[in-house]
Unconditional design. Sequence first.
Length: 134
Amino acid sequence: MNLLKYQKLIYESIKFSTVGIAHNLISYLIYLLITYYGGEPKMTVTILTIITAFIVYFINKNYVFRVKKRDRKYIIHFLMTYFSFYLINIGTLIIFVDNLGHPHQIVLLISMIICSGFSFIIQKIFIFSKVNQN
């Protein structure tokens, strides 16, 4: 890997982390607020996922990875990935909260951290990998 590509990868990683931390922190605080006032955890995750999916896609596309090309396949791949993380979040809530009785606040926080770790790799390699090379 040449120096320019390495610098770009580091720059994208920093931007992605900044956006990801802000997004997850805001989403998690909204989740805590809604569930504190009686919102059901899985329904709250579902609503927040639907609301944030497109926002996060456009931020990552235009700011983090600076993709100029317009192509539906990128948004479809992103939504498939985002949906996978949604299923992981819902699955962890079902297993660890509904079945094992752990606090939903901690379970979702851990699930969000794990999903965030994989998100950059998946988006960089499978969604936005060769877009700028065209």
